[in-house]
Design a protein around this ligand. Structure first.
Ligand code: NAP
Length: 283
């Protein structure tokens, strides 16, 4: 078997096109143009490149953006002051703090300080709590929401599927498990203390690999015909690879390319969340 492609670039383009139309409709009805404030602390080139890409994606669908750069020596208090200012700024629909931030920053305090309505990442406890409880009104975090939408738009049946998520971070693994559960998958969440990882993954109709560990998921750990989502971005020899070992494509029924799978979906959901933040705050 050669796996079919879970084409993140193609599905992301569909989302970008939908949001471009929605923004245009919003503005033509007299609404304000959504505006994304990005905050980058420090000068990590990879983070700067991600922020630039997000701003380009925003611009392409008619969403404005503003770019806030702070030095790597910024304190938590200084970053909090900027967040407070952006919370109050009537022009700003959504706030993105690019992570990872330098070690001296207490990101919990910063995330708690973001107005939940402007929390484009869905990291604020109010949004995370609403999503965890399965209640409406919460902001679904971008990468997990992107993974689920990619599966749905590709025609993968989530309801009733055995879904295994490898990785339990608050950013990716845990919310992905919750969103799959909400869609009635039977979900197993694996981590470094999981015994017999392969015993779990071999039973997965949907396998989401988000461990950040190159080569972790070998061919023999994958159920034939399953849908495999390779989230991780490991840099090996200057090249981005995920968590999958060689030959998984010969066993899986569906597979995300890496790059070109989850990354574009994450950015598409960020743009969707920005648009929705503007709509939500205007009631
Ligand atoms: P993280 O905070 O480092 O979490 C990694 C998780 O994987 C942890 O829960 C860890 O378990 C688990 N894990 C690590 N090694 C494992 C192993 N050998 N066996 C089983 N579980 C293992 O990372 P993250 O923020 O969730 O991100 C995961 C990956 O996705 C990274 O490569 C990141 O760059 C990538 N990512 C990609 C996108 C995208 O848009 N494509 C977005 C976000 C993240 P413990 O909890 O037990 O330590």
């Amino acid at each position: 078997m050669t796996a079919r492609v879970l084409d993140g670039r193609a599905v992301a383009k569909e989302v970008f096109d939908q949001i471009a139309k929605a923004v245009s409709d919003l503005v033509s009805r007299g609404g304000s143009r959504p505006r994304l404030a990005t905050v980058l602390v420090g000068d990590d080139p990879a983070s700067a490149a991600y922020v630039a890409l997000k701003q380009r994606n925003a611009g392409n669908v008619g969403i404005e953006s503003e770019d806030h750069r702070l030095p790597s020596t910024t304190t938590t208090e200084e970053l909090l002051a900027l967040v407070e200012r952006l919370n109050r700024d009537e022009l700003v629909s959504a706030i993105l703090i690019q992570q990872p931030a330098p070690k001296q920053i207490d990101m919990h305090r910063v995330v708690f300080a973001i107005d939940p309505v402007k929390d484009v990442d869905g990291f604020h406890p109010i949004n995370a709590g609403l999503v965890a409880l399965g209640l409406p009104g919460g902001v679904e975090p971008c990468t997990p929401a992107g993974i689920v939408l990619l599966l749905e738009r590709s025609g993968i049946r989530i309801e009733g599927a055995n879904a295994v998520v490898v990785g339990r971070s608050n950013l990716v693994g845990k919310p992905t498990a919750l969103l799959l559960l909400k869609r009635n998958a039977t979900v197993t969440l694996c981590h470094t203390r999981t015994q017999d990882l392969g015993g779990h993954t071999r039973g997965a109709d949907i396998l989401v690999a988000a461990a950040g560990h190159a080569g972790l998921i070998g061919q023999q750990m994958v159920k034939p015909g399953s849908a495999v989502v390779d989230v991780s971005t490991n840099w090996v020899g200057g090249r981005q690879i995920g968590d999958l070992g060689p030959g998984v494509d010969a066993v899986a029924g569906w597979l995300t390319p890496n790059p070109g799978g989850v990354g574009p979906m994450t950015r598409a959901m960020l743009i969707k969340n920005t648009y929705e933040a503007e709509v939500r705050r205007r009631g």
